[in-house]
Design a binder for this molecule. Structure first.
Ligand SMILES: Cc1cc2nc3c(=O)[nH]c(=O)nc-3n(C[C@H](O)[C@H](O)[C@H](O)COP(=O)(O)OP(=O)(O)OC[C@H]3O[C@@H](n4cnc5c(N)ncnc54)[C@H](O)[C@@H]3O)c2cc1C
Length: 488
């Protein structure tokens, strides 16, 4: 496509001239009036469970499976129509089930996350919905393996696993409140088209990424706003081999992994390029829309997760600022598509095959927990007396790597919000230090955290214990029995 045609296309969509939006939202007249309406009190029907897990995302799916595995009557509340969360919408690959052995000659290759997260991968593999643990053959200072998934089949497979485990899955249901007394959660309020109800339980797990349940229950939190938000696109009708050749020709290929793709082994499943070495017009345009050139895929004609990043000034919990960002990101997605069509051979007839239903965050609320994992804990590879998992990946590698290609542990107390005695957390809402968070927030860590908190919540319910009174020995033995790997 010629540059003039490209610009004409953007003009036709009204994308060349940014629309000016009002300060608060999309249209005039939406300002609050300053008056108030008092909602009348309502009687809500009550449902009872042993464990409630809020959010069926990366961590929540595993938490609910873990709780159900211990025999707990488990309710899982998810605002969307499917489980999966950011693992199906934001990340480019699952990082990482392994330590960074390839970057450290002589270091043993270890699969450090196993248990339920690996069982999910096994189920995906059985239907050809994952690359498997694909090894990097280039750029392995960043990671030794990456695990790519078919995101749509991930939703199906995990939904099936939850149903088989007997989890009561409430999709299209929003968690809207907590019923608390003296630092103890009695129940949560959930709202769907079937109405509003109270779900009472012994133990609760917050895997909402935003820390909604913890915030409703009165936990202390901050909102660091230290990352860009993103809505990535899946680009269809493209040629992966031609993309690789394009990156190689421009000396721009920095990472490559091979694994299973469309039923065939030893296929390219991950490519990362640096736009700095691509034609200037491409590079400048890519930078202006926060686009990165990294994809993993399990399909022949598909680039997964081309990221469009936007750094918001406001917090990701500000509805009206988020509305503006949602529109801005969708404009960026269109521009990205046009760039692929214009510059990348094999992409002339590319189309946008998927977008996320809403923008993805890397962090919103940071919940104040009994222990705050530090940068030193991560890179020094520290383990704790109350480790609940082992992890060995850092997203800032090769700049920041865990010492000697080793691992660190996440202690149980890092998942306990201060001041509440029956709530556990898993996912991106823990760890205040940005550099440490660049490790703990990654998908496979969130999954492993999910197994820890789901198991702990079920044990708390069974033993009529608060989270802090739960004997660590019981938790550790149960996790080990269920396949969790420990080095501490
Ligand atoms: C753009 C981007 C790229 C990334 N790239 C990578 C990568 O390449 N590799 C990697 O390993 N990690 C990556 N990450 C990080 C990783 O994907 C996330 O940190 C991780 O998936 C978060 O898991 P989670 O369980 O905390 O949250 P989520 O997976 O987001 O789950 C939260 C769930 O809670 C639900 N929910 C929220 N509020 C409510 C409510 N009130 N009621 C009911 N349900 C609710 C949501 O709908 C969602 O399903 C990336 C993240 C982003 C945003």
């Amino acid at each position: 496509m010629k540059r003039r045609d490209f610009s004409k296309g953007m003009l036709a969509l009204g994308l060349a001239t940014p629309v000016v939006l009002t300060a608060r939202g999309m249209s005039e007249g939406s300002e609050p009036t300053g008056e108030f309406f008092t909602e009348p009190a309502r009687k809500l029907p009550i449902r009872k469970a042993d464990v409630v897990v809020a959010g069926a995302g990366t961590g929540g799916v595993v938490a609910a499976l873990a709780a159900a595995k211990q025999g707990a009557r488990t309710v899982l509340i998810e605002r969307k129509g499917y489980p999966g969360g950011t693992i199906t919408e934001g990340g480019t690959a699952l990082h990482s089930f392994f330590n960074l052995w390839k970057a450290f000659p002589g270091v043993e290759k270890r699969q450090v996350v196993r248990g339920i997260p690996q069982q999910i991968i096994d189920r995906l593999a059985a239907i050809g919905a994952t690359s498997g643990h694909a090894e990097m053959d280039m750029g392995y200072n960043y990671d030794s393996v990456c695990t790519s998934i078919d995101t749509e089949l991930y939703k199906l497979v995990t939904f099936q696993m939850l149903a088989e485990a007997g989890v009561f899955v409430c999709v299209n249901t929003l968690l809207t409140g907590a019923i608390t007394q003296d630092g103890h959660i009695e129940g949560v309020i959930a709202e769907s088209r079937s109405g509003r109800e109270a779900i009472m339980a012994d133990a609760f797990v917050d895997c909402t990424a935003y820390g909604d349940l913890a915030a409703f229950a009165g936990a202390d939190f901050t909102e660091p706003n230290d990352y860009a938000v993103c809505n990535s696109i899946g680009v269809g009708n493209v040629d992966l081999e031609k993309l690789e050749a394009f990156l190689v020709e421009n000396d721009a290929l920095v990472q490559r992994a091979t694994g299973r793709r469309y039923g065939m082994d030893d296929q390219v499943v991950r490519l990362q390029g640096t736009t700095a070495r691509l034609p200037k017009e491409f590079h400048d345009a890519a930078r202006s829309i926060g686009m990165s050139m990294v994809t993993t895929t399990v399909h022949d004609n598909y680039f997964m997760f081309i990221k469009l990043n936007l750094k918001m000034k406001e917090k990701a919990t500000d509805r009206d600022a988020v509305a503006r960002a949602e529109l801005d990101l969708r404009r960026r997605q269109y521009k990205a598509l046009e760039l692929f069509r214009k510059f990348v051979p094999g992409c002339e007839k590319a189309f946008m095959a998927r977008t996320a239903p809403m923008l993805n965050i890397r962090r919103a609320r940071l919940i104040d927990c009994d222990y705050d994992i530090s940068h030193e804990d991560v890179i020094e590879g520290r383990h704790f007396d109350d480790d609940v998992l082992t992890y060995g990946f850092h997203d800032s590698a090769p700049r920041l790597q865990i010492k000697d290609g080793g691992t660190y542990g996440i202690p149980y107390r890092a998942l306990l919000p201060k001041g509440i005695d029956n709530l556990l957390l898993a996912g991106m809402m823990i760890t205040s230090d940005h550099r440490a968070h660049m490790s703990t927030r990654n998908t496979v860590s969130c999954m492993a955290q999910g197994q820890a908190v789901g198991t702990a919540a079920a044990l708390c319910s069974a033993e009529r214990s608060t989270t802090r009174a739960l004997p660590y020995r019981d938790l550790r033995e149960t996790l080990e029995r269920d396949g969790v790997y420990f080095e501490g």
